[in-house]
Write a protein that binds this ligand. Structure first.
Ligand code: PHE
Length: 339
């Protein structure tokens, strides 16, 4: 009779998948021991058949289980073996340059977006390339107006359907008309994005910088709402109580208009003494001009609103005490690596 105990022992000693396959064929395969033992049963008496059948079935189950267990064990072993052998070393030698660093600008922009989202503002980015209509006329600046020159910018060869050259937007206010038309009123929306300007560059002016435009339109919106919301936004973004002041200013697309400055301080990390303390203009704002509402299809007798344009680069400078906003974009590794 077939001695399955011996077969079980043999299975235990097996080291490779090839050997396992051999043993499988030997005992469990079609032509081999166990199958043959079943065949041999035909010549037995009914009594013996019953007995032998039981033993053989048991043997078959046990052997199959032992085979499966061994197969699993050897397969895992083989996978690990080949993983170890073929292991690719992905680690590079440490670069002398620390290429990963925090971008303070991106951080402030993201946080500002989160604050605005929590106050139920819609967020849109718009495009850097805009028409002169969007950038100037839609916000009440006729193309012949001297205000266009104050911000004169980069013109593209491509033209709009009117034949006017496309430009790089000088202000995110270029999205006001688009946003009001797209979402209708009442509306609360912000547009964070890059703007390009003709500027005399200095520590607080660059030819490309980031702005965050805000537009709120509803019935009965007053300047008190504007002041309150802007102060809330500023202190949430700057995460500290910043001293602010309001000054009258002139923007053709708002009436009345004002600018908000924040106290900007720099402390020497070594001595702890303040080396600079002055006001920095952070944003322009005002009540949306009736003409701007009309151009976007909103009746200014029924609706009013306010708009503001914050300089995100300046906000980041005030928040982190950065001396010069050009550091954010000029690629100076000493600056980038210090965060
Ligand atoms: N667009 C203005 C600028 O770039 C800022 C501003 C936005 C002023 C909205 C008033 C209202 O300076």
């Amino acid at each position: 009779m077939f001695d399955y105990k011996w077969a079980l022992k043999e299975l235990e000693t097996i080291q490779t998948l090839e050997q396992l396959e051999e043993v499988f064929q030997k005992y469990l395969g079609k032509q081999w021991s166990l199958t043959l033992a079943f065949k041999e049963m035909a010549s037995l008496s009914p009594e013996e058949k019953k007995e032998a059948g039981k033993t053989l079935s048991e043997a078959k189950t046990l052997l199959n289980e032992a085979y499966e267990a061994k197969l699993q064990e050897l397969s895992i072993y083989q996978i690990n073996e080949s993983l170890n052998k073929d292991l690719v070393d992905f680690s590079l030698e440490k670069s002398p340059y620390n290429i990963w660093h925090r971008s303070l600008l991106a951080e402030v922009r993201r946080e500002a977006e989160e604050v605005c989202k929590s106050m139920w503002f819609i967020i849109e980015y718009g495009t850097d390339v805009v028409t002169k209509f969007e950038n100037f006329e839609s916000v009440n600046i006729p193309l012949s107006h001297p205000a266009t020159e104050m911000q004169d910018t980069i013109y593209l060869k491509e033209t709009d359907p009117r034949g006017e050259p496309l430009i790089l937007r000088t202000q995110t206010s270029s999205m006001q008309n688009f946003m009001i038309k797209k979402y209708g009123v009442p509306l609360k929306a912000v547009v964070p994005g890059k703007v390009y300007r003709y500027e005399n560059m200095d520590a607080t002016h660059d030819t490309m910088f980031y702005q965050l435009e805000g537009i709120v339109v509803d019935k009965w919106v007053t300047i008190a709402h504007a002041k309150h919301m802007i102060e809330k936004l500023l202190s949430a973004i700057l995460k500290k109580d910043v001293e602010t002041r309001m000054r009258p200013w002139y923007f053709p697309f708002v009436e009345p208009w004002f600018e908000i400055d924040a106290r900007y301080e720099i402390t020497d990390p070594k001595t702890g003494k303040k080396t600079m303390s002055k006001w920095m203009e952070l944003l322009g704002a005002g009540m949306i001009h009736p003409k701007v509402l009309e151009m976007a299809g909103v009746d200014p007798k029924e609706y009013s609103g306010f708009a503001f344009g914050m300089g995100l680069s300046r906000l980041a400078a005030v928040r982190y005490g950065i001396k010069d906003i050009r550091y954010f974009t000029n690629g100076d590794l000493r600056f980038a690596q210090s965060f």
